[in-house]
Write a protein that binds this ligand. Structure first.
Ligand SMILES: Nc1ncnc2c1ncn2[C@@H]1O[C@H](COP(=O)(O)OP(=O)(O)O)[C@@H](O)[C@H]1O
Ligand SMILES: [Mg+2]
Length: 377
């Protein structure tokens, strides 16, 4: 089928360059040829580019039979191959169908989800039932293949990549002390190592990777970074999203645990483990474009810059919220009964002491209390 290759979105080019380094230029040089070859091979008409990818260039397409599809091409062929394998394994309403893939070419053709608005674009917080259905379908429908990486590896990757947010931004150290961040890593590692039923995890279930699939289909997950581990891990981003206080988080955990049967203590444990990263992520967004330092937890949200005064103000509000969220959590962490149990388990199993302990609240956080209140904007 005839295809005209659209101009490559500069934001996508920038994000991929930041992620993969300047060597990705050679890949971009060959991209037009690759797209034309793929259109010929898989018989689709190439449409416009979706200006949102951060590890891939993503395009609308139309198949010869009229079906709408999405083409993803990425220099990270391995990641795309894992993505295709997991999407193929799920066979679910809540993930797109794989139409074709070519690991060598680093290309994946999948069903287009309609209307397909990502949660972080609509900003609509989904109902617990929808989240429960999504998680249940992801975690219940596939037999885990042992060749996927472990969640422990994923944790290490996420903490390593998000730590780059500190680079050149020492003010973030005052907001989220490095010791606290590292305790989050220790707790997450410990949770990952614990003997718990293993499922195939999506691994990157952030609001930007969850699409509105319409009334019949509900939420649809795209762009997995599949790994093997405890089901509770996948819920963290949604539980923390748009949450400004512990009550919201506790209520979400309770509702989600009731709806899915996922262990509430584990949900809370993972939330605590990622709280520092989440606060760092939120705080860093108020400092200007995040594009220079993609965060692992939600690299898809990396933006190329503040496009308008409005988005800039929104980002500042977000930053204040992140800090408030983080600070208000601290005493609550200490009092929270399920968390205390979680921490005791951790302490018995090892010397790791996560964010706070029931009897000895985190010293670094107490030090934070004596400093002046962070800027509210
Ligand atoms: N199957 C799909 N249906 C509809 N839109 C999609 C689909 N897959 C991706 N998209 C759109 O493309 C964007 C980027 O895709 P994604 O797979 O998340 O790329 P990346 O791996 O670079 O983050 C998504 O946020 C979404 O807007
Ligand atoms: Mg994505």
């Amino acid at each position: 089928m005839g295809s005209t290759v659209p101009d490559i979105d500069p934001g996508v080019r920038q994000r991929l360059t930041l992620r993969f380094g300047s060597e990705v230029r050679a890949w971009f040089d060959e991209l037009s040829g690759l797209l034309i070859a793929l259109a010929e091979k898989w018989q689709f008409e190439l449409g416009s580019q979706i200006p949102r990818g951060s590890v891939a260039a993503v395009f609308h397409c139309r198949m010869a039979d009229g079906r709408r599809a999405i083409l993803k091409v990425s220099p990270d062929r391995r990641r795309l191959a894992f993505e295709a394998a997991a999407l193929g394994a799920w066979h679910a309403v809540h993930t797109p169908t794989v139409i074709a893939q070519d690991e060598q070419l680093g290309a994946l053709l999948i069903e287009a989800i309609e209307p397909g608005t990502p949660l972080n674009v609509s900003s609509i917080y989904p109902a617990t039932e929808s989240v429960g259905e999504l998680l249940g379908s992801l975690h219940g429908s596939a037999v885990p293949d042992p060749s996927y990486p472990t969640v422990e590896k994923r944790v290490a990757y996420l903490f390593d990549s998000s730590a780059k947010l500190y680079e050149g931004h020492s003010e973030l150290l005052a907001l989220v002390p490095r010791t606290l961040y590292e305790r989050g890593r220790q707790l997450a590692t410990r949770l990952a190592q614990q003997d718990f039923p293993i499922v195939l995890l999506h691994g990157d279930l952030t609001p930007s990777n969850i699409l509105d699939g319409g009334v019949k289909r509900g939420l649809v997950a795209i762009d997995p970074a599949p790994c093997l581990g405890d089901a509770a891990f996948d819920a963290v981003d949604l539980i923390l999203w748009q949450a400004d206080d512990l009550e919201t988080i506790a209520a979400r955990i309770e509702r989600l645990a009731a709806a899915t049967g996922v262990d509430a203590g584990r949900l809370l444990g993972w939330c605590v483990a990622f709280a520092g990263m989440d606060a760092l992520d939120r705080a860093s967004q108020g400092n200007g474009p995040r594009s220079r330092r993609p965060s692992g937890r939600d690299a898809g949200r990396v933006s190329t810059g503040w496009k308008s005064h409005r988005s800039c103000c929104a980002a500042r509000r977000h930053r204040g919220m992140g800090v408030r969220f983080f600070r208000s959590w601290r005493p609550e962490f200490v009092r929270c009964a399920p968390l205390q149990r979680q921490i005791r388990v951790q302490k018995r199993g090892s010397k790791v002491v996560p964010v706070g302990t029931p009897n000895r609240p985190n010293a670094a956080l107490h030090a934070r209390d004596s400093t002046s209140a962070p800027e509210r904007r």
